[in-house]
Design a protein around this ligand. Structure first.
Ligand code: FRU
Length: 501
């Protein structure tokens, strides 16, 4: 039973033996990933503080160490030279002050005066369990030593908004720092608030960002504003949207609007429709950063709140997505896996063939963690696709139905079920007659990039160890197929011992 006491236990107060026992359970889990960031124990959620500082990439995540539940949140720190191989640095922010006593919630990072500043939400609860959020600053030096400011920099919730006020994302323009904040109006609709500061310490409430999404869910979490190819992009995770056709199938959504640049004086954002970032099952609360190569890179949480996952019984939950490089094409964000991931490629197999009303397997096409690139052309088939992690009783299907022009990701037979009440299929419409699928398969996840990042589907799957087959099929006609598969190496992550957590 996850009582309040259990959810709010502090890792500092737990015997090493208990942590070692949790680590053993995690180690025995058949679904540990090999090239994704995942927690050593406990539950990971949002990516935080994603940045490049002092010659390295830094990425933090929301973390409850002592079980696979949303409890007392810490920030855990990873760093990397290449965004592929990661080092465990340790706990970055501990929720041990009056202003973050019930969780060091999500936030972002920016370099200033030679240090890395974190702007995050301190979550607190009073004796009646009423929430009060504070917006807080912590500062990291070149040795990765982090010091919190003694007091929060924003203690008041602006008039007209509720205590759902969190997740600052900061950026700098000319000499001024700005931050967007996720918020809820008193009428229980979601929105974004804008703040400004000359020095990251004194913040002024500028007002609500006026969008054309007046009544769009009850709370907007994890906003992120940036400019790309001369356009303004606002990413956020609205809660409370109803399913609409193939859209909004998950418990909560994550998406973006594109448009003119944010008018910082008028606080207006003129934009197009809200578009979901990912069409899959497990994707939420992404965060972006601008890297020294000028790339806008996004990482998301490969998970969703309020759903049980099969890894829970092994005392851990969730991972982060692979980093994706963003660009804009024809009014849409295009997401491509970053180039550096090619470093993981090992043994390669290729085929160039035709599949004609049949299901086929090919030599070398099997495995548990690999990258698979498939190009389908000249289709006369009613349906064609790829089945992954196949055994006698299990398979995960990625298929194209040419009658409806839909790509379908079907995990109904993938193994241990997850989030079944939200359905076992995700779909999206693709107009083009040539289709490319670039698929990253890890022990318990699939990331599918369609047509070079036009659409992305991310989903966890929990197959048994011996479900390793890959097969290609076409029904009611033929399709030409070129496919390449690389086994992927494990990324290196220096392992922690219980006393280093
Ligand atoms: C999104 C979120 C954020 C919050 C954090 C707490 O998943 O709910 O709004 O800051 O998680 O862990």
């Amino acid at each position: 039973m996850w009582t309040v006491e259990k959810r709010y236990r502090r890792i500092e107060e737990v015997e090493i033996e208990e942590i070692s026992n949790l680590m053993v359970k995690v180690k025995n889990c058949p679904w540990r990933q090999t090239f994704h960031i995942q927690p050593e124990i406990g539950l990971l959620n949002d990516p935080n503080g994603f940045s490049f500082y002092n010659g390295e990439y830094h990425l933090f995540y929301q973390w409850f160490p002592l079980g696979p539940v949303h409890g007392l949140k810490y920030w855990y720190h990873k760093k990397s030279k290449d965004l592929v191989n990661w080092e465990n640095v340790g706990i970055a922010i501990r929720p041990n002050d009056y202003f973050d006593s019930h969780g060091a919630y999500s936030g972002s990072a920016i370099e200033h005066n030679g240090n890395l500043y974190f702007f995050y939400t301190g979550n607190t609860r009073d004796e009646n369990w009423k929430r009060h959020p504070y917006q807080c600053i912590a500062i990291m030096d070149q040795n990765c030593k982090i010091t919190k400011m003694e007091k929060p920099v924003i203690s008041e919730i602006p008039y007209g908004y509720t205590d759902h006020f969190r997740d600052p994302k900061v950026w700098k323009e000319n000499d001024t720092f700005y931050a967007v904040m996720g918020a809820q109006r008193v009428d229980e609709t979601g929105c974004i608030l804008l703040y400004s500061s000359p020095n990251l310490l004194e913040w002024k409430f500028e007002g609500e960002v006026q969008t054309s999404l007046e009544n769009f869910g009850f709370m907007w979490e994890c906003p992120d504003y940036f400019e790309l190819q001369d356009q303004g992009v606002l990413i956020f995770s609205p809660q409370g949207l109803e399913p609409d056709g193939v859209m909004y199938q998950n418990i909560y959504q994550s998406g973006y609007v594109l448009g003119e640049k944010l008018d910082l004086k008028q606080k207006t954002l003129k934009h197009g429709d809200f578009i979901e970032l990912d069409r899959g099952f497990d994707f939420y609360a992404p965060q972006t950063m601008l890297d020294p190569k000028g790339r806008r890179i996004l990482v998301g949480w490969m998970g969703l709140p309020e759903i049980d996952y099969p890894t829970d019984k092994n005392e851990w939950a969730h991972c982060l997505t692979l980093p994706r490089e963003l660009s804009i094409h024809e009014g849409k964000l295009i997401q491509k896996p970053i180039k550096e991931l090619e470093k993981l490629r090992k043994e390669k197999v290729e085929i160039d063939t035709e599949i004609d009303d049949e299901t086929r397997r090919f030599k070398g096409f099997y495995g548990e963690s690999y990258e698979l690139n498939a190009e389908f052309t000249n289709s006369t088939a009613e349906e064609f696709g790829i089945e992954l992690r196949v055994s006698e009783n299990e398979k995960t299907s990625i298929k194209y139905d040419s009658r409806t022009k839909q790509v379908i990701f079907d995990r109904s037979l993938s193994g241990e079920p997850v989030g079944e009440t939200f359905g076992t299929e995700r779909k999206c419409t693709i107009g083009s007659s040539t289709l490319t699928f670039r698929i990253f398969v890890d022990t318990s996840s699939i990331e599918l990039f369609i047509n070079d990042g036009e659409e992305v589907f991310t989903g966890r799957i929990f197959p048994s160890k011996d479900s390793r087959g890959i097969q290609f099929y076409a029904k009611g006609g033929a399709v030409k197929l070129k496919a390449t598969k690389w086994n992927l190496d494990k990324c290196t992550i220096e392992k922690n011992s219980a006393d280093k957590l």
